[in-house]
Design a protein around this ligand. Structure first.
Ligand code: ATP
Ligand code: MG
Length: 240
């Protein structure tokens, strides 16, 4: 697979919670080894979009395809087997289990190689190694975000959906977390990140999509969007 390979394609997806659609005709692409950022104001439908891709809520029209295979409205557990990982915005670790147990749970579908994969992830996330025996609930916010990502990586996904991984972290920890996301993409994973911190996510992403009121507003190379007057106007006061 070349680096330009599209690993996740969303075409004209419409979904919601039973009433009016929350995301409306949304399209996007995620490429292998690249970071795709979806930015937009509170309530724009960013989390809803990830839930619709992951089959957590049903889409009413449009398509999702993973590695060229159509998978619209497939059950989340099937999508996990097809190498799609999803780290939700909340409740993404088990606080009463240790870090190692959380990782083992993340690898529940592996027939073998669980300890080896934990070892590899401890190389990628060095902070987790010294915390393997601690309860996840006792970790700092930054460590917990890393654990949530590492859990998602236990099954060697090709595509990873991250919902607000840096929410609530200090600027220094946000930077560290983004460096980790870059390291994950460098291993060949196509990463799709939803974030409220527009400036930081566009700084680290390869491609950005701006979502407003459930619709695609604009997209382009992330560094270009950073200097786009419309993006600046939409997020004035939010750039940090
Ligand atoms: N479970 C739900 N049932 C009904 N409506 C919901 C549900 N979850 C979200 N919504 C509505 O969908 C809209 C989009 O919410 P969503 O959580 O997708 O936005 P978001 O862009 O992720 O926002 P934030 O940046 O605050 O996380 C909001 O109007 C919200 O009230
Ligand atoms: Mg959200």
């Amino acid at each position: 697979m070349s680096d330009a390979t599209v690993v996740l394609r969303v075409a004209n997806l419409t979904a919601g919670y039973g009433g009016a659609p929350i995301i409306d005709n949304v399209s996007l692409e995620v490429k292998k080894s690249k970071i795709t950022a979806i930015v937009g104001p509170n309530g724009a439908g960013k989390s809803t979009l990830l839930k619709a891709i992951m089959g957590v809520i049903k889409s009413t029209s449009g398509q999702v395809s993973l590695l060229g295979k159509e998978c619209t409205n497939m059950a989340p557990e099937k999508l996990v087997r097809l190498k799609l990982a999803y780290v939700p915005q909340v409740a993404n670790t088990f606080p009463d289990l240790t870090v190692r147990e959380n990782l083992e749970m993340g690898g529940y579908l592996r027939r073998h190689g669980v300890s080896e994969r934990i070892e590899e992830l401890c190389v990628l996330f060095p902070d987790l190694r010294k915390s393997l025996r601690r309860k996840a609930g006792a970790l700092s916010g930054g460590q917990r975000s890393m654990l949530a990502m590492a859990r998602g990586l236990m099954l060697d996904p090709e595509v990873m959906l991250l919902d607000e991984p840096s929410a609530g972290l200090s600027p220094i920890l946000q930077k560290a977390l983004w460096e980790q996301i870059e390291a994950v993409a460098a291993t060949g994973v196509g990463v799709c990140v939803v974030e409220q911190n527009t400036r930081r996510s566009l700084r680290h992403a390869d491609w950005g999509y701006v979502l407003v009121q459930g619709k695609n507003r604009l997209d382009g190379p992330a560094h270009e969007l950073l200097h786009d007057q419309e993006v600046i106007d939409l997020y004035v006061g939010r750039m940090s």
